[in-house]
Design a protein around this ligand. Structure first.
Ligand code: ATR
Length: 271
């Protein structure tokens, strides 16, 4: 039996064990997948200990940057993200670091028939969560990705770093009001129930699709705002969570589970 798990602190409420157990059931794999609590100053030691027998692990807050630093090899998207959410032990015993967050976001959008090619996309926020998804988003060939952030320098820095992959711009919230096709909220504002200072005109009623990378039982503050402005659709990050897990499961096992029934079960549980 192969052992997997998810590192984090805290980790008790992680949905990853349930998601991966459902994937394993679906694909008739005999695996174990456990929450792995690491001390805040003990992540490298915990990883070393786990991989004496472990085959792969997910990594969540606050260890993604440390996982990036300790991986022996990195995928292109992990290098760009400067963060790792998936570790895999290779046959020579070394650790491969990958990042499936962006693929999770892109796959969830595509599952929901939101095409990205040729679209004007606005991303709110310029922290780790946004950095993690830019490479896979740009690989879909959008017309433009604009990054808007409270601290404009951070948006400018990200735009500079990723501009070789596609057309990017950066700005502050009070500089933009022209309607866009897709708005993705990657700020941590939702966590505290806050809303970035957005112009209502960014939304073209009946056309603009809004995606909140956060999820909650009730509609997020950002998605409530989007609905009030007449957004064509609003989606939250629960689908991204399941899809990033499916991508990790594929990296470990070579099998692609069907995320749809797992998402349905999680949504029902949340409600
Ligand atoms: P994460 O790893 O979740 O991305 P982070 O790196 O701390 O966390 O980044 C949080 C992001 O949310 C930042 O872009 C932050 O804006 P600043 O860079 O200006 O701090 C953004 N953010 C947090 N609270 C916000 C709020 N109330 N309004 C607008 N942006 C907010």
């Amino acid at each position: 039996m192969n052992n997997y798990g998810v590192f984090g602190n805290p980790i008790a409420h992680s949905k990853s064990p349930l998601i991966h157990r459902l994937f394993a059931e679906q694909t008739t794999q005999h695996i174990s997948y456990e929450p792995l609590l690491a001390a805040l100053d003990g992540f490298p030691a915990a990883v070393q200990e786990f991989f004496r027998t472990g085959s792969g692990a997910n990594v969540t807050v606050p260890f993604k940057e440390q996982a990036f630093a300790l991986a022996d090899q990195l995928s292109e998207r992990a290098q760009r993200a400067k963060a790792v959410n998936t570790l895999k032990k290779l046959s020579d015993g070394s650790l491969l670091g990958d990042n499936t967050d962006g693929a999770g976001l892109v796959n969830d959008l595509l599952n929901n028939q939101v095409q990205l090619a040729g679209k004007n996309i606005l991303i709110l926020g310029a922290g780790g969560a946004v950095r993690g998804v830019l490479e896979p988003l740009l690989a879909q060939h959008p017309a433009e990705v604009g990054i808007v952030n409270r601290t404009v320098e951070k948006a400018e820095q990200l735009a500079r770093e990723f501009t070789d992959l596609g057309p990017m711009t950066a700005c502050g919230y009070d500089w933009i009001d022209a309607p866009v096709d897709i708005i993705i909220n990657g700020t941590s504002a939702s966590l505290s129930g806050d809303l970035p200072p957005l112009a209502a005109t960014l939304i073209k009623p009946g056309h603009t699709v809004c995606y909140d990378m956060m999820y909650s039982k009730d509609t997020t503050v950002f998605n409530q705002w989007a609905q009030q402005q007449g957004a064509a659709r609003t989606l939250d990050g629960l689908g991204m969570l399941v899809e990033q897990a499916a991508e990790a499961f594929y990296i470990w096992t070579g099998l692609r589970p069907d995320p749809a029934p797992v998402l349905q079960q999680l949504r029902a549980q949340l409600e």
